[in-house]
Design a protein around this ligand. Structure first.
Ligand code: NAP
Length: 282
């Protein structure tokens, strides 16, 4: 960071656009800006109102594209329904697209050219690498085919020479396909859907899902009436659960990422890496 400040005469700069007052988005953004502060990355959060139009959002993005002190632009999703999300993301200059969502950068990813990678899948690859989990030659199954998680995840695993299968809501015999996986990535958005019958014993299971459960009966079903876990629910009236069943994965998997605390912090770390890389290349 010091070297960058000396060569560029300034710290890397990140602009976060947080539209409206979605409480989950506010938490995600404050985690990101706090990490930016800790690392010495200049960051600024813009908070247009929930009533903003697509045109107003485009003006904000164009202005950020022009600012020399901003290396990275992050549009916190989801945007309110009246805003055309695809148009707004497309307006972000590809070299400032630290989320890696721009079609130019997704094309770079598909063709294994350099460029910012979507943060969550990139963080998962880093996690596999740092934990010495081999990828080449192994069977990987990704549940979910979104542009921001499932598809880039599958491509990154493919580039590291895994044999990759992508599953979705129309996949036949989903548990059977998942049981073939040495590395199973769940990016679905369905609390505790991946139960023990999806998991090959000893497999590495990556749980991307972040689901807020606020119904006590649902929490009791997921935690199978485990008193200590339900006591935690009773304190706040809600609990965060991944897409993978927390009790089953603990018994069957060889390694897994917990929710919360697994994949989420890595996503933020990769966002900071993308911002620093964008500054280096500016
Ligand atoms: P998304 O765009 O809603 O995509 C969900 C995918 O899951 C879709 O491809 C969908 O299939 C598939 N799916 C849904 N129900 C299914 C079922 N019953 N069986 C098989 N596949 C099913 O979600 P996303 O943006 O990828 O996010 C997924 C989860 O990850 C969410 O919980 C999100 O909050 C979380 N997330 C976490 C982080 C992090 O930093 N930890 C980052 C991003 C997202 P179809 O395509 O057929 O509809």
């Amino acid at each position: 960071m010091e070297r960058l400040k000396q060569t560029k005469g300034r710290a890397p700069g990140l602009a976060v656009v947080l539209v409206g007052d979605n409480p989950a988005s506010q938490v995600y953004v404050s985690n990101k800006t706090r990490t930016g502060d800790e690392l010495g990355i200049f960051n600024q959060t813009l908070t247009p109102p929930a009533t903003s139009t697509t045109e107003e959002m485009l003006e904000i993005v164009y202005a950020l594209n022009r600012r020399p002190d901003i290396d990275g632009i992050l549009i916190q999703l989801p945007l309110p329904s009246q805003i055309d999300t695809a148009r707004v993301l497309l307006a972000v200059a590809p070299h400032k697209d630290v989320d890696g969502f721009h079609p130019c950068n997704l094309g770079n990813l598909a063709t294994a050219r350099p460029g910012p990678r979507p943060c969550t899948p990139a963080g998962i690859m880093e996690l596999l690498r740092r934990n010495g989990i081999p990828v080449a030659g192994r069977r990987a199954v990704v549940i979910g085919r979104s542009d921001i998680v499932g598809k880039p995840m599958a491509l990154l695993l493919l580039h590291e020479n895994a044999t990759v299968t992508i599953c979705h809501s129309k996949t036949a015999d989903l548990p059977g396909v998942c049981r073939e996986a040495d590395i199973l990535v769940a990016a679905i958005g369905r609390p505790a859907m991946v139960t023990r019958d999806f998991i090959k014993p000893g497999a590495t299971v990556i749980d991307v899902g972040i689901n807020r459960v606020e119904d006590r009966d649902e929490a009791a079903r997921i935690f199978r009436n485990d008193a200590s876990r339900l006591a935690r629910f009773d304190k706040t009236g809600r609990v965060l659960v991944g897409d993978v069943h927390p009790l089953d994965v603990d018994e069957v998997a060889g390694a897994y990422t917990p929710v919360p605390g697994g994949v989420g912090p890595l996503t933020i770390a990769m966002l900071m890496m993308n911002t620093i890389a964008a500054c280096e290349q500016s």
